[in-house]
Ligand binder design. Structure first.
Ligand code: HEM
Ligand code: SF4
Length: 560
């Protein structure tokens, strides 16, 4: 993975010193609340419902065992013993004391981590495929490109005060695992007919208040020009994006208002000024960065390890975990393990300090010291030998990290909602937990098959509810917490925004609502058809009828 050079380290160290002084002055009353706010936000520090919340960047979700150990240390000494992985592959701490934040940032800097640009109207952490570099369906490793974009966008003075936040996602595989269509700029690293590397560029996607699927602005931008091309997009946005209304400020609104053709025309016009300019990439620069992402020293192993194969045959729970949580690897004899942070009853994405330490140890022993965060709020050990999978499983299982539910109904994405977030309309975590409890039966879960259930506590959509096969959105009705349900949303190659099925529900109804959606699916599905494909085929009406039909009857009975 990428290691800081002296410039990176100095930038981060200097920022820690600067923010320490800013915090000292704020606490001494020399800076007002209003003066301090932009300074703390530049360092990922929000003030939330109960306490400050610190968001730490994990560039494209890739981090080391040493970094994870440091996060465990922070959870233990500065927070309440846990951290929360987000849909943006970052980690958040919900309870740091404000006066300790400079110290936390200083600790992070010792392991090449920071919270810069994790908030504010700038280019945020760039997200990518958690299986980058190891996926069997990968065409081009996106990580060097993510790192090039990270270096370009970090502290970029021209893009420090955009109309609104700006999110990049990069994918290099056949299957899009980075939801590139729901980002301000989505990049697909591709090869053209001549075998040259370039980028398919999407623009204007985003969730939140106005969810929009991104559109293609360029089918192929040669790699040398990707930075200048993105610069051109950002310049057009910076000039013409709305600054008068925060809710209409994202690039998606500008692209929609102009239309993709006109937006493309403006970007291309801008591009003529600085295509081939100083930000043009050279082969030497790409090679410098790519050198950090060479394969580890994989051993030559048989495609199937004999011991592993017999353990699989003998041990049902192990086989179930392998089926759900272990993925094929590009190198024979290896596999990628997805560590489930979705045990029933635990807030999705939460991990304790001792679990972090344990995972760091596992990463060192079995996965070249690396860990990845997924946007589904799980973690990945990407390079495990098949022969080690049984030991890894046993250790994870004993720590509550081996729930065999990846991609299933209980692998819920959920924002922190009303338990932590000051913007929430409703709680998210208890809804996630109630649904997990209702479906806490592996045989039933396996029968239901692949499905994504995503929950957000308000229309900001931090829990990606629009692109969930089932989406749940917290809404406020006269001061009470209600939940609106969408179905048919999808992420990945066929990304789609879900459709609302009707009036919202009270919290206690949610497990029943999900049960009825599932019943409708099971009654209508064709063999091997996923929930979302059934919704696509038969539409939302049968689902609606089953959910609300029962509900009406209940009401009538209640009123009788
Ligand atoms: C203190 C807690 C948080 C606050 C105040 C917050 C605030 C917001 C706001 C205001 C938006 C809408 C932005 C817009 O449309 O312009 C947003 C979007 C988003 N946030 Fe959060 N957020 C928080 C926590 C989280 C967490 C925990 C996650 C992940 C679980 C997350 C991931 C996202 C994502 C994925 C989006 C949608 C991106 C898009 O609109 O394209 N946020 N957040
Ligand atoms: S979706 Fe709303 S409630 Fe949930 S974290 Fe985002 S801003 Fe908070």
């Amino acid at each position: 993975m990428y290691r800081y050079d002296e410039y990176d380290q100095r930038l981060v160290d200097e920022r820690v010193a600067q923010f320490s002084d800013q915090t000292r002055r704020y606490l001494a009353g020399e800076l007002s609340e209003d003066e301090f706010r932009p300074l703390r936000l530049q360092n990922g520090l929000y003030i939330q419902r109960h306490a400050p919340m610190l968001r730490i960047a994990v560039p494209y979700g890739l981090f080391s065992s040493a970094q994870l150990r440091k996060l465990a240390h922070i959870a233990r000494h500065y927070d309440r013993g846990y951290g929360h992985f987000t849909t943006r592959q970052n980690i958040q701490f919900n309870w740091p004391a404000l006066e300790k934040v400079p110290e936390i940032l200083a600790q992070l800097a010792t392991v090449q981590m920071h919270a810069i640009q994790t908030s504010g109207n700038c280019i945020r952490n760039i997200t990518s495929d958690p299986y980058a570099g190891v996926a069997a369906d990968e065409l081009i490793d996106p990580r060097p490109w993510c790192e090039i974009l990270r270096q370009w966008s970090s502290f970029h003075p021209e893009f420090a005060h955009l109309p609104r936040k700006f999110k990049f996602a990069v994918n290099g595989a056949e299957e899009d695992r980075a939801v590139i269509q729901a980002h301000d700029i989505g990049l697909d690293v591709v090869k053209n007919a001549a075998g040259e590397v370039g980028f398919r560029v999407l623009v204007g996607g985003g969730l939140g208040r106005t969810p929009i699927i991104g559109e293609e602005i360029a089918a192929f931008v040669p790699w040398q020009h990707i930075v200048t091309y993105c610069e051109s997009i950002l310049r057009v946005y910076n000039l013409h994006g709305r600054r008068d209304n925060k809710y209409k400020a994202r690039i998606k609104i500008l692209v929609k208002a102009l239309g993709i053709e006109e937006f493309r025309r403006q970007v291309e016009a801008e591009w003529t000024f600085h295509k081939d300019g100083p930000s043009t990439l050279t082969a030497a620069e790409v090679a410098r960065v790519a050198a950090h992402f060479v394969d580890p020293a994989y051993e030559t192993l048989p495609a199937t390890d004999v011991g592993y194969a017999s353990l699989l045959a003998e041990n049902k729970p192990f086989a179930a975990w392998v089926k759900r949580n272990v993925r094929a690897h590009k190198v024979p004899g290896y596999a990628s393990v997805t560590v489930s942070l979705k045990k029933t009853g635990v807030p999705p994405g939460d991990i304790t300090e001792s679990q972090m330490d344990l995972l760091a140890d596992l990463a060192d022993a079995y996965s070249y010291g690396e860990v990845r965060a997924t946007h589904q709020q799980n973690l990945v050990l990407a390079d495990v030998r098949q022969s080690d999978l049984f030991k890894v499983w046993q250790t994870l299982r004993d720590a509550g990290l081996a729930t065999p539910n990846i991609g299933l109904l209980t692998d819920i994405i959920s924002c922190p909602g009303g338990d932590y977030c000051g913007l929430a309309n409703a709680k998210s975590i208890p809804i996630a937990n109630a649904i997990q409890e209702r479906f806490d039966n592996l045989d039933y879960l396996y029968d239901i098959g692949e499905i994504e259930l995503n929950i957000s506590g308000c229309m900001n959509a931090c829990g990606h509810h629009h692109v969930g096969h089932i989406g749940v959105l917290g809404v406020d009705k006269n001061g009470e917490e209600w939940y609106q349900v969408t179905i048919g949303g999808d992420q990945g190659n066929k990304a789609a925004i879900g459709k609302v099925i009707g009036p919202s529900f009270a919290a206690h109804e949610m497990p029943d609502v999900v049960t009825r959606l599932i019943e409708t699916y099971l009654a209508n599905r064709h063999e091997d058809e996923r929930f979302v494909d059934t919704v696509r085929r038969i539409g939302i009406e049968p689902f609606k009828a089953h959910v609300y039909g029962n509900r009406q009857t209940e009401k009538k009975v209640a009123h009788a």
